[in-house]
Write a protein that binds this ligand. Sequence first.
Ligand SMILES: [Zn+2]
Ligand SMILES: [Zn+2]
Length: 253
Amino acid sequence: MTTLTVLGSSGGTPTRTNPASGYLLETAGMSFWIDAGTGTFMELARHIDPGTLDGVVLSHLHIDHCADLFGLYGYLAFGPSGEIPMPVLAPPGAETQFATFARSTEGHLHAVFDFTEVDAGSTVKIEDVAIRFGEAVHPVPALVTRFEMPDGILVYSGDTGPGSDLPQLAESGGTLLCEATIAGERDERSYPYHLTAFEAGRIAADAGVRTLVVTHLASGLDPDRALSEAATTYAGEIILATPGVEITIGENS
Ligand SMILES: [Zn+2]
Ligand SMILES: [Zn+2]
């Protein structure tokens, strides 16, 4: 059985009731924290002992996707601890950036985290899970990610505008977790580094995914509007990512 639990889904900034981006992927006795957005460490700890994670996968280094890695750092280095060094897959520059902020260029950070800097085209295998990365279109190095488990596939957009590798990575993907930051149809004034709900639906339809999970709605955006806009371009199942929602990715293994 493979499940995805939403820890937070607020686009850009946490709100009073919704952390920024973070998800817990559990499969065959393994668990991965996908994006460590602001507020998601506490949500993660409600579901599992963070020290038992098999890895952390970061789409990019905007703080709404990575800041709570410091929560896990404290937990592993100075708190209850866990299985260290813990794998962290992240775009280039991550290790230096985190070590600089933590003032830990030679210290604890490297003892508790085993950074692997990944890029578009990278594939990392952790036991039975293959994690493939593609290019996102965003103002900083950012990745779209495909998780291939024995019983299912999860494709995650991270933050991206149109023109990314997401359509290719989503091909025959079971579940597509896709950002839908922007309301309405794209026009010449639309921000080029995020997707609309219409675009999320189109990518899901073209790739033939089984389920579309829309996430990273800009705070203040009407969720019902996002769902109905995605439904105009995608006829399959659509789920709104909100904290605590658990989505079944695969039934076996
Ligand atoms: Zn974001
Ligand atoms: Zn971003």
